[in-house]
Design a protein around this ligand. Structure first.
Ligand SMILES: [Zn+2]
Length: 195
């Protein structure tokens, strides 16, 4: 169940802070490892410098390529938050808010108290949905353009480090009745149990 207001008997169980040095470092290492794990094998199979796109026939095709690359690598950030936002509506049952703490990050947030089992879908959706979406685009585009959607795919997977940490390592250890309030910059957990 999800709620507009905190139900009776529930109180703050835990704050989830992803900005502590320890968590931040762990996520950065995980993101870096994920990025290498995706980029290196693909670069061995299809070296970017051998694809036509990296050896522009004309000066203009080089410019287009860099432009598309920039759009895909930054565009994935918007798509990532949009997927969270849509899922806040579908699984959280309420509108999402969007915001930013630029230059650090963009976020989608909700004012609803969301059951942890449902929050799993919201948290992991960008990883699943965008990996499939960018994967399909990788297959559909000419090989010379492969690296554009693939960079976006790899950047998104790496950028999901925080989502994966929360959904796979934090949420499963919380009480069954835990409710998640995700304000985008911070997460609060509420439960009938006392921490
Ligand atoms: Zn996310």
């Amino acid at each position: 169940m999800n709620y507009d207001a905190l139900p009776e008997g529930f109180s703050l169980y835990r704050n989830i802070d992803l900005n502590t040095d320890k968590v931040k470092t762990g996520m950065q290492v995980a993101a870096f490892v994920a990025l290498l794990a995706l980029i290196i094998p693909a670069a061995i199979v299809l070296p970017p410098w051998r694809t036509q796109a990296f050896v522009p026939i004309t000066w203009m095709s080089g410019v287009y390529f860099l432009l598309f690359l920039a759009v895909s690598v930054f565009g994935y950030l918007l798509l990532h938050e949009l997927v969270h936002g849509i899922c806040f509506r579908v699984f959280g049952g309420g509108k999402a808010r969007y915001g930013h703490q630029l230059p650090n990050y963009l976020y989608a947030a909700s004012d609803r108290y969301i059951a942890k089992s449902r929050y799993l879908f919201i948290g992991l959706a960008p990883l699943v949905v965008l990996t499939i979406l960018f994967g399909v685009v990788c297959v559909l585009v000419p090989q010379s353009w492969f690296w554009i959607p693939y960079f976006a795919l790899a950047a998104n997977v790496a950028g999901c480090a925080g989502d994966v940490y929360v959904c796979l390592f934090v949420l499963p250890r919380l009480p069954k009745d835990a409710l998640v309030l995700d304000s985008g910059v911070a997460m609060q957990i509420f439960s009938r149990e006392v921490a």
